[in-house]
Design a protein. Structure first.
Ligand code: ZN
Length: 204
């Protein structure tokens, strides 16, 4: 499967090529999943999600459904706001062999002074890859889908995905975390992007 490819694309053209190489079934499933994901311009992506108060079966269902959309979209993370649900809930999976992690009401407790830049994509911003500088290590306090306390200490890509998804819960997008030049190019790419041509990047 394509998302097991350990080498992420370095730019939009490379991402486009990867997308073209997907087998037709995987590509169709991905395109269907991406139709569920809210896109740039949708006001929910700019809204702040609310704390989850009820840890019930509906919440567990929501998390399962998000995990499926993320999987089908070949993404490595998904925030509830991206599917139009205003809950502070996110799912992610950096290692394709690992189970999907569900994080509820996350709070960034600590982040390292050490930061690094990396190109990021977003399932809500088809055709866009921009460089984003973020802390390399983070500690996040949260709950799981049953309401049990959770502390996640993450580094590298995992820390990056967590921060990317937590940004979504505050209505913040990678466009807000990149340089003026990259943002301008991204806006151009967004205008040119059409359904079904979104790149296979580190989409989250
Ligand atoms: Zn995103």
């Amino acid at each position: 499967m394509a998302h097991e490819d350990p080498i992420p694309p370095r730019n939009a053209e490379e991402a486009e090529e990867l997308h073209e190489r997907l087998d037709p079934e995987t590509r169709a499933r991905r395109d269907a999943a991406l139709k569920i994901v809210r896109r740039y311009g949708d006001p929910v992506l700019r809204s702040r999600a609310l704390d989850v108060a009820r840890f019930d079966e509906a919440l567990a269902d929501e998390a399962r459904r998000m995990g499926q959309v993320m999987h089908d979209a070949l993404g490595i993370g998904l925030a509830a706001t991206q599917v139009g649900v205003m809950h502070r809930l996110l799912v992610y999976r950096v290692d394709p062999e690992a189970p999907v992690a569900t994080i509820v009401n996350p709070v960034l407790e600590w982040s390292s002074e050490e930061r690094e830049p990396m190109e990021e994509g977003c399932l809500s911003l088809p055709g866009v890859l921009v460089e984003v500088e973020r802390p390399v290590h983070v500690r996040v306090r949260a709950s799981d889908e049953r309401g049990e306390d959770l502390v996640v200490e993450a580094s590298g890509l995992e820390a990056r995905v967590l921060q990317h998804e937590m940004d979504h819960l505050d209505g913040v997008l990678i466009l807000d975390r990149t340089s003026r030049e990259e943002r301008k190019a991204a806006m151009r790419a967004l205008r040119e992007a059409t359904a079904g041509t979104s790149p296979l990047g580190v989409g989250a």
